[in-house]
Design a protein. Structure first.
Lengths: 621, 111
């Protein structure tokens, strides 16, 4: 196989992506799929805001509204934010630790295809008799009584995509533990790698409770069990616990990598070492640790009793401490730095006040006694959109601009990027700031309309106008991406000129083997150290030698496809459809057959020979 | 160097040292195996012997079980050796998460 890129036809490119096990291409798949679901979820958000713009509106019916809010939350969390974060983890983390790929490239591809088919399955519910309508938390007391197959789509779709996320997380953990380049000790890892590590550990421990919860729900709905059915001696609160034991760490799984992205940005564009690196690592680990002891703060009003409420309230407030450490470290990183205002830096600047506001309202809702007032009002909606949009989404948008040149070799337009930022940022505050007050004035969440003259009219209109601003921002960004791809002006290794970590020491996009020779890491911000010593690139840690690479494979696609087919069988089996059982069996046969083929067929990959690498050195520096 | 097989062909593998290490390892294995058998006998005895109530035997057996798990992990599954820090960390983190959930469930749902 030649290492020199060749022109390929469209079909060949598609086949290449269907069979790829390369972490950089999987990252692009995650980016495209996550971006698509982000647009779908965004469209649902726009529908919500249109419906609520004026009182007594009938843009959508009450039932359709329930489906839209459920799918908006579920899509944004599971199918947009997670995969977009995974896109950056895949694209950047192996480069940052100086690895040639993740530890299990095949499993990496499998993780993507499971997520993808799970997401498609969930969204097919729109066309097959109605989407899930019990909220993204799908509380059992509602979900068990939901008519049609909506909740079944939720349960089976999330189960499939959840497996993908879980094996992706394990893959990242193994990669970071075992595949760091020579000299890359734990305390020299870039902060994005650290946050990937902690977030992956959270995935490892948080997803099993979700799997258990979804399995119990599946048995209740599809196979006649009664785990959550109170009339049969079940307990509906158990679902809430299982969901939030997963659900609270989940928000840290999302926000920690966003913190990592911002840490990189502050350091790069302040042209300074990250202030308090070791305390940042400590804060990241501490947030991950505390994240598992706070889940019941979502359930203060279910009647846990004052002792449990007090414990979980105090634990929740404790998380403010490491988060505060981080905020101050970012401020001190900029202090005295030579700050460059690029698009990623705009997002990082906007992030700090936005996220702090979300954090402050977080402490407010963590106060158990006060939470009885805030509970199920728009105050809570405002709070979690401030942390998720103001933290995670700004982080993702910043990451797209920061690493676009590394992933695709082209620079997004800075001007259009700033236009996107201002539209999105102003729109975001316009949409959600007023919702704090709507909540305090008494507007409950998850209602499909409200009556005129209750004092909600103006505020809701303001909120909807904000949503229009955010939509314009996203459209400008799409235009930016298309224009940049059409112009296709290639950039060099270090397009921001101030790159500090290993990913900026190799070409953009990197060759498929990443590093010709593994780099020797001499400290934190390895590439920056070499630049300051007047060197052009990294010092190699090994002589030029053959590189062992894995072969591409279509099997991950087939394994995921099998589960996708089986899910239809399992779901329609309840309706006594004659074809359901055969479909279930065929689907499982496809999955296990593919796994069997994978197990018995030896695939040792291939080697890139030393001579090929040497030839290329002459051709392209 | 103890994690390389004797047949690795590495000239720096000190066979004498390895033999001593292996003997030491074997001694630990035998001791912990004896102890585990002994603890099992104690567990059976505490049930079989008259005079102990269930309020004593149940926690007592659970305690013995916990000790057995530690023996199993550290001596038979080599967690006491070098290079097992990451598995140890994740094992105990998982234990922590699981036990927190069980504690919460047993106190605020099932109590």
């Amino acid at each position: 196989m030649s290492t020199i890129a060749q022109k390929k036809g469209f079909g060949a490119t598609v086949w290449d992506f269907l069979t790829t096990v390369d972490h950089k291409k999987i990252a692009i798949l995650y980016l495209i799929a996550g971006g698509f679901f982000f647009l779908v979820g965004g469209l649902e958000a726009v529908f919500i805001r249109i419906q609520l713009a004026v009182p007594n509106n009938d843009f959508v019916s009450a039932g359709a509204f329930n489906e839209i809010i459920t799918m908006h939350g579920t899509t944004m969390i599971f199918l947009a934010a997670m995969p977009l974060i995974f896109a950056f983890m895949n694209a950047v983390m192996p480069l940052q630790i100086g690895a040639r790929d993740v530890a299990f490239p095949f499993v990496n591809a499998l993780g993507f295809w499971l997520f993808f088919f799970g997401g498609i399955f969930l969204n097919l519910s729109w066309f097959l008799g109605g989407a899930p309508d019990a909220g993204w938390t799908s509380y059992a007391s509602l979900a068990l009584h939901s008519k049609g197959h909506g909740i079944d789509f939720y349960v089976l779709g999330l189960q499939i995509s959840g497996i993908g996320t879980l094996i992706g997380g394990i893959n990242f953990l193994v990669t970071i533990i075992n595949m760091r380049a020579p000299g890359m000790t734990y305390m020299r890892m870039p902060l994005f790698t650290w946050t990937t590590f902690v977030a992956s550990a959270l995935i490892l421990f948080a997803f099993p409770p979700l799997t258990v919860g979804l399995t119990l729900m599946m048995f209740d709905r599809l196979f006649g069990a009664n785990f959550f059915d109170v009339t049969m001696g079940g307990n509906t609160v158990i679902w809430e616990h299982l969901f939030w034991i997963f659900g609270h760490p989940e928000v840290y799984i999302l926000i920690l990598p966003a913190f990592g992205i911002f840490s990189e940005i502050f350091s790069i564009f302040s042209r300074k070492r990250l202030f308090g690196y070791s305390s940042m690592v400590f804060a990241t680990v501490l947030i991950g640790f505390l994240g598992f002891m706070v889940w019941a703060h979502h359930m203060f009003t279910t009647g846990l009793g004052p002792v449990a409420n007090a414990i979980f309230a105090v634990a929740t407030m404790a998380i403010g401490v490491p988060t505060g450490i981080k905020i101050f470290n970012w401020l001190f990183t900029m202090w005295g730095g030579s700050v460059k205002f690029t698009v990623p830096m705009y997002y990082a600047f906007g992030f700090i006040p936005s996220f702090v506001m979300g954090g402050v309202t977080g402490v407010m809702v963590a106060t158990a006694a006060a939470d009885y007032q805030y509970h199920d009002t728009y105050f809570v909606v405002a709070h979690f959109h401030y942390v998720i949009v103001g933290g995670v989404v700004l982080g993702i948008l910043a990451g797209v601009h920061l690493w676009w040149p590394k992933m695709f070799g082209t620079m997004l337009s800075e001007t259009l990027g700033k236009v996107t930022f201002w539209f999105f940022f102003i729109g975001f505050h316009l949409t959600f700031f007023i919702q704090h007050f709507l909540g305090l004035w008494g507007m409950p969440r998850r209602v499909f309309t409200y009556l005129p003259g209750q004092g909600f009219d103006t505020a809701n209109m303001v909120s909807s106008i904000g949503a229009a601003f955010m939509s314009i921002g996203v459209l400008v960004m799409l235009y930016n991406i298309i224009m940049t791809s059409v112009k296709n002006v290639k950039v060099g290794n270090d397009p921001w000129e101030d790159g500090r970590t290993l990913e900026w020491s190799i070409p953009s996009p990197p060759p498929f083997y990443n590093f010709k020779q593994l780099p020797l890491v001499r400290g934190l911000d390895a590439y920056w150290i070499e630049k300051m010593d007047g060197k052009k690139g990294m010092t190699p840690a090994e002589p030029l030698g053959d590189i062992h690479m894995p072969n591409g494979s279509f099997i991950p696609f087939m394994i995921a496809l099998g589960l996708f087919i089986a899910a239809f069988g399992a779901m329609y089996h309840v309706d006594k459809e004659a074809w359901a059982l055969p479909v279930l069996i065929i689907g499982l046969l496809v999955t296990f057959g593919s796994m069997f083929v994978r197990s018995i067929k030896d695939d040792h990959g291939f080697h890139i020979h030393k001579e090929e690498l040497q030839d290329e050195k002459g051709a392209k520096a | 160097m103890t994690n390389q097989p004797l047949s690795s062909g590495n000239p720096r593998v000190d066979v004498e040292y390895r033999r001593k290490k292996s003997a030491e390892e074997m001694r630990y294995q035998v001791i912990s195996f004896t102890l585990m058998i002994f603890l099992t006998l104690v567990a059976f005895a505490s049930v079989a012997l008259k005079g102990f109530t269930a309020w004593f035997t149940v926690p007592f057996i659970l305690l013995l079980a916990a000790v057995q798990v530690v023996f199993q992990l550290f001596y038979f599954m080599h967690m006491s050796h070098k290079g097992h820090e990451a598995p140890t960390l994740f094992l105990f983190s998982g234990l922590f998460v699981g036990l927190t959930a069980i504690l919460a469930f047993s106190t605020i749902i099932w109590w």
